[in-house]
Design a protein around this ligand. Sequence first.
Ligand SMILES: [Zn+2]
Length: 282
Amino acid sequence: MEIIQNILTENDCYKAGRTITPRGVMVHSTGVAQPNASVFLKNWNKSGIEACVHAFVTTGPIYQALPWNWRGWHAGGAANNTHISFEICEPAGHTYNGGTMVGYDVEQNAEYFAAIYKNAVELTAELCKTYGLDPLEDGVVICHCEGCDRGIASNHSDVLQWFPKHDKNMDTFRADVAALMEGRATSYEPEEKTVEEDDEDMIRYKKLSDIPNTWDEAGNPRATIGKLMDAKIINGDGSDPTGNDDIIDLSEDMVRQTIIEYRGGAFDRRLIAAGLEPAVKD
Ligand SMILES: [Zn+2]
């Protein structure tokens, strides 16, 4: 998450110079199909706008438009006195009918949404850390629409006109902010498998006799690995000095890879040297 300072010093809200003790974060979206934050930063940096948020979130950087403890003009209600605010920039291509998006292409915007949702979560987590806020506490992290329901913001639909189209809502948002702050897996970045878990899933063959003798795509893998053991290309641990029943401990992946190499002729020179048939005959 990259935050670029772009304080709107010509905006009347900035000039009013009132500060707050932040008690929450209010999430907005702009309500217009304009992914380019610089349009807002330019148009809002003058007097007579009568609106100002603390930041604009894009799929790239986050642009900070007010000091975080400034009193913003974003909610049209009492939330201005308590909540830090940011606008999430909406992608291009849709229009509005009242508070409802029209012609919004969910599939085409999936990547855009994933990136901007992640940035919004990260910014909120950062602000909650800075101001000692619990994102799961009632009323702390809310969107404009929820603020209206609580009687602390004007009647706007953001962001619940948008997030649910991508199977997100303010509950997933709050949960993701909390998860990020606590170093747990988020809904958009499920925890990566640890190496140990990978190992548990992996099939391993202790001995040659554990390897199947039929695989549709690989003929008789047991015979092939046995042949490579005869040629001393694969060596066990020596516990069966007279045969091939010593411990080899090969994973299924290793066996498959070895067979691909065998079929490509990778061991032919050594097989011939051991008096055995090469894999590639011409
Ligand atoms: Zn709003």
